[in-house]
Design a protein around this ligand. Structure first.
Ligand code: AMP
Ligand code: GLY
Length: 414
């Protein structure tokens, strides 16, 4: 089979890497990919949002399966366009992607189908939102309704912060024409549950934990994710089973009932509260960087599982026992503005698995080319060993332009 992976980050590098291990696969292409992937795969210079070119190129090159990474491509209807042209694709339709792109849609769906999540209300009028805020008080959570790359969520500990968030999102035009979801503040450990879904069929993968804040001790701004590990020792198998039965299966069935049947990776961003697991958010795709630790945990053939799910056949995913833990090296300044083109040395000394998130290769040197730049994966019999292995790898990388968190997985090691 010939596989085309759509996207250009660490997640897509991991998907391509795992797909290439399949007995079924003869060649893996990535569009547009990045320089780091070029060492292993053929990259195709087509933007992930250029549906017409992707369809045409896939036809010309007899691609047997397209796996879509980024939400922007899904929201742009790439899956629909590929399907219309009889090209096999793993990734939800534009309509089904709403479960990620519209927080209001996701929350209304959960309410209608009794899927456990924080209580909420939606507003587009500032005065009404303010009134609700005064009735409920802080702490409270305010979310901009739309894809906001993780930046549209304010967990407000005070009324002042909450009011400021409402002003930013409803009165300013900083975010575009605004609507907000105001949510009850929940507490507990978070975990990410990625599932392969087609209609009502739900195949869970192992869970992972992401670290969203930029700096050690969960300080600093929210990012796309600064590190991850899998499995997560503090979350028991019974909580995972409950999450699959009470959250992931019902939501997949709800999407079918609403005429928005989902096919692709449905990602539950979940929190274990005192009243059991609850949904913080859904994503319509592989998580990044969770994918970069979850796929290495899979022992069996990912492509076979995807084909089985596309045919609605039962499929048995097998996992390695080891723990995988990965650290993101990001450009100084990320998630704000940052420089590009800063030299990265020592990559050749890293013996651990490395996924390239945003690198370029210029005149014989690796340089930074994005906010999140590299992902180094350690493994070991437990989280202690995996952490040590990952940071051994990180220590070999020398660059003036990069920073990383030194406490990935640390909470679980205590
Ligand atoms: P989201 O983009 O919806 O995943 O939110 C980003 C982060 O904000 C989450 O990972 C949580 O840490 C936090 N968060 C979101 N919703 C809530 C909530 N209802 N209660 C407490 N924290 C939340
Ligand atoms: N790591 C969080 C996400 O992919 O949205």
């Amino acid at each position: 089979m010939k596989i085309l992976v759509i996207g250009r980050g660490g997640r897509e590098h991991a998907i391509a890497w795992k797909a290439a291990q399949s007995q079924l696969v003869e060649k893996v292409f990535v569009a547009p990919g990045n320089d780091g992937m070029k060492q292993q795969f053929e990259t195709v210079n087509i933007d992930e949002k250029d549906n017409e070119k992707i369809v045409q190129w896939s036809k010309e090159n007899a691609i047997d399966l397209v796996i879509i990474g980024p939400e922007a491509a899904l929201q742009n209807g790439l899956s629909d366009d590929l399907k219309k042209n009889n090209i096999k694709v793993f990734g939800p339709s534009q309509t089904a992607t709403q479960i990620e792109s519209s927080k209001e849609f996701a929350k209304e769906l959960m309410k209608k189908y009794h899927i456990p999540t924080a209580d909420f209300a939606t507003f587009s009028d500032y005065e009404e939102a303010k009134k609700y805020l005064e009735e409920h008080g802080a702490p409270i959570v305010i979310k901009y309704d739309g894809l906001a790359a993780g930046k549209g969520v304010v967990v407000a500990m005070t009324m002042e912060e909450a009011d400021q968030a409402l002003r930013d999102m409803l009165l300013d035009t900083k975010f575009g024409k605004g609507k907000v979801v105001i949510e009850e503040f929940l507490q507990g450990p978070e975990f990410s549950l990625l599932t392969l879904v087609n209609g009502k069929q739900v195949v869970p993968l192992v869970i992972a934990q992401d670290h969203k804040r930029a700096f050690d001790g969960d300080k600093g701004p929210n990012t796309g994710g600064m590190g991850a590990y899998s499995p997560v020792p503090i979350i028991s198998q019974s909580v995972i089973d409950e999450s699959v039965e009470k959250i992931m299966k019902p939501v997949a069935a709800a999407m079918v009932a609403e005429g928005k049947s989902f096919c692709g990776v449905l990602y539950g961003g979940l929190m274990l509260t005192q009243n059991g697991p609850k949904v913080i958010e859904f994503n319509a795709r592989f998580g990044d960087p969770e994918t970069e630790v979850v796929l290495p945990k899979i022992k069996s053939d990912l492509v076979q599982h995807i084909l089985d799910v596309l045919d609605n056949k039962a499929t048995q995913v097998e996992f390695y026992d080891e723990t995988f833990l990965g650290v993101v090296l990001s450009s100084n300044g990320y998630p704000g503005s940052y420089a590009k083109g800063v030299a990265i040395n020592g990559l050749e000394n890293v013996k651990q698995l490395v996924f390239h998130m945003g690198t370029a290769y210029k005149d014989g040197t690796w340089v930074t080319a994005g906010g999140r730049v590299l992902f180094v994966v350690g493994k070991g019999k437990d989280i202690y060993e995996a952490r040590k292995d990952a940071y051994d790898g990180v220590s070999k990388i020398k660059s003036e332009g990069l920073f990383f968190r030194s406490d990935i997985g640390f909470q679980s090691c205590k």
